[in-house]
Design a protein around this ligand. Structure first.
Ligand code: SF4
Ligand code: SF4
Length: 102
């Protein structure tokens, strides 16, 4: 059980940046082919293990990658932030928007 756990806010950033490419098809823009227009997973019930935080977080602790779930969750949250930042920066470029106000 993920104590006081990680809550996914369904931003879809990981599905655009950190797709387990070896196992999932990707769109032309690099996002997972199962990512819907609403940023929700179209294959949610059948999504691979790598996409299941509630399984992967305790498994990563059990494997010795983190001291405990709190540490694993803290790292996961930082990952999400970096994915979001990457997506925001790249969507900005794609749309011709810069981060600086003119
Ligand atoms: S980046 Fe994090 S918060 Fe966003 S959808 Fe993925 S797991 Fe959820
Ligand atoms: S299978 Fe679903 S949860 Fe996993 S990367 Fe693709 S869209 Fe995201």
């Amino acid at each position: 059980m993920v104590a006081d756990g990680f809550t996914c806010d369904k931003c879809g950033a990981c599905c655009k940046v950190a797709v387990p490419i070896a196992t999932l098809p990707t769109r032309d823009d690099g996002a997972c082919s199962f990512l819907g227009a609403d940023n929700l997973c179209l294959a949610y019930e059948a999504r691979p293990m790598m996409c299941r935080s509630k399984i992967m977080i305790p498994a990563s602790v059990k494997a010795g990658l983190f001291k405990n779930e709190a540490e694993a969750i803290a790292v996961k949250r930082k990952q999400c932030e970096s994915y979001r930042a990457f997506v925001a920066a790249n969507e900005g470029v794609k749309d011709g928007i810069t981060s600086e106000a003119d």
